[in-house]
Design a protein around this ligand. Structure first.
Ligand code: G2I
Length: 457
């Protein structure tokens, strides 16, 4: 979390870990040697991103959850979702005061059942407003907007990792000005008012500003958003992250200074997210560059593509996604997965010496197996741990963490959790005898996981 002064939320600690499975077996088949704690060649986008402390997600259209070809890819490849339309203002509050959460809740339920993180999109936006809001202005509109933010963020409290609080509030072109809209005409402080309301309603969600055409560092729009974030940080307006939509589709191409843009925003003290990636004709080099740029910036938390198959895309005629209409992986998919697998943990993430393991390389005897802890990479806000089991080929290992720390990501095993969210039982899932996980420190940088037991079978 960007704002370490906030109490780590119950919801964050309870939120189930991302389930990913690294293809340790594939490497073994290829004759490679997998050292405990080293990166392996994961076989899915989400698993590979998780090994590097990131997520790899997609926009989801809830109506497509009935399409098994769609959900098969969704559940296999992605560990984060954004509602393509179902959390927009017109969808959630079609009539003033009447909230309709059905489709959005369905997506959240699906995500929870698959241990995927959810990005909320979007609380305040000039577009996709319901008719009643489009017709409002002034204080009435400001209050209606703030009420929407409060009601929606409260409804989803504990289930949303990041909110796009405000979407697309800046004008295109060289002016660097705010976009004219009914919301903008309520006063220039409407954006910060929305952020403050969101923070109050859900103190544990990270709050993002999200926009398109802020990818090229030299663009006036990018600079204008940068100055707003800088101003918000200097005045204590609660902002945690910036989302770059990155629709490299049509008029705007992947810019060679994209990494500069990511790292410049990050240097302001916010996380960066690539929130709606699609690239016209899905060129492998541009997709690879985006992944490499994200991996090179420690505060780049993950990448979301704006749809799964080309046929799901808002610009389907441009074939901008990673899977074709038949659900087959395109060359861009291979380029992305390879770039993820080749990625090392972020170089600027303030690595430190591996911490002492506390106790626990040897669990209590009698379980029929032994679990050995290997401390992994440490960043400023989180650290990895690998656990290697010997003495059994199928097993369950119980791991306890110390709150407010929480496990945010796991790989190469199937986790379940106790009701506190602090005790994880990891079961073998055919991915080999080494599993791993990422723990968010949440302000406690010294505690380390404890192995409680290792049980064969
Ligand atoms: O326009 C691309 C994206 C730009 N950034 C913000 C995103 O929220 C936006 O997503 C798109 C969706 O992908 C489209 O699916 O937002 C569009 C609306 O602004 C969405 O289009 C709408 C159509 O306008 C509606 O007519 C349609 O009923 O999709 C709806 C559901 O299919």
């Amino acid at each position: 979390m960007a704002n370490s002064s906030r109490a780590p939320g119950r919801s964050r600690r309870l939120r189930a870990a991302l389930v990913v499975s690294a293809a340790v077996g594939l490497l073994a088949t290829a004759g490679a040697v997998v050292l405990p704690g080293s990166a392996s060649a994961a076989s899915t986008l989400g698993a590979s991103a998780a090994e590097r402390g990131r997520y790899f997600g997609t926009a989801v259209a809830v109506s497509r959850l009935n399409d098994s070809a769609y959900t098969t890819i969704l559940n296999r490849e992605f560990n984060q979702v954004t509602a393509e339309n179902e959390m927009k203002i017109d969808a959630l509050q079609p009539n003033q005061g009447q909230f309709n959460y059905g489709n959005a809740d369905r997506l959240v339920q699906h995500a929870r059942s698959q241990n995927m993180l959810v990005r909320g999109h979007t609380l305040a936006w000039h577009s996709q407003q319901p008719g009643w809001m489009q017709n409002m202005s002034g204080t009435t509109l400001r209050n209606a907007m703030l009420n929407h933010v409060t009601q929606v963020a409260t409804h989803f409290r504990g289930q949303i990792e990041w909110w796009d609080v405000v979407n697309e509030a800046f004008a295109d072109g060289g002016s660097g000005a705010r976009r004219d809209s009914n919301l903008q005409r309520t006063g220039n402080d409407w954006i910060e008012a929305a952020f403050r309301a969101a923070r109050q309603a859900d103190p544990n969600a990270d709050l993002c500003y999200n926009d398109y055409n802020i990818d090229n560092w030299n663009d006036a729009k990018t600079q204008a958003v940068y100055r707003m974030v800088q101003d918000f940080k200097s005045r204590g307006v609660p902002i945690d992250c910036v989302g770059l939509q990155s629709h490299f589709t049509g008029g705007s191409n992947y810019p060679s200074n994209y990494r500069t843009t990511l790292s410049s925003f990050a240097a302001l003290g916010v996380d960066v997210h690539i929130t709606e990636l699609d690239i016209r004709n899905a060129p492998t080099d541009a997709y690879r560059n985006v992944v490499n740029d994200c991996l090179a910036v420690a505060r780049c938390k993950g990448i979301t593509v704006w749809g799964i198959r080309d046929s799901d895309s808002w610009r389907s005629s441009e074939n901008p996604l990673l899977f074709n209409g038949s659900g087959q992986k395109k060359p861009a998919y291979d380029a992305v997965l390879t770039a993820l697998n080749n990625g090392t943990p972020p170089p600027t993430g303030n690595p430190t010496t591996p911490p002492p393991t506390g106790n626990p390389t040897t669990p209590p005897p009698g379980g029929g197996c032994t679990a050995t802890v290997t401390p992994g990479q440490v960043w400023g806000d989180r650290y990895n741990t690998s656990v290697t089991v010997s003495g059994a080929s199928t097993w369950s290992v119980v791991v306890a963490i110390t709150p407010p720390q929480r496990i945010s990501t796991t790989w190469s095993g199937s986790p379940t959790w106790d009701s506190s969210g602090n005790v994880m039982t990891m079961r073998s899932n055919g991915s080999g005898n080494t599993f791993g996980f990422t723990t968010m420190m949440n302000g406690n940088s010294s505690a380390r996981p404890q192995i409680r037991s290792c049980t064969a079978g």
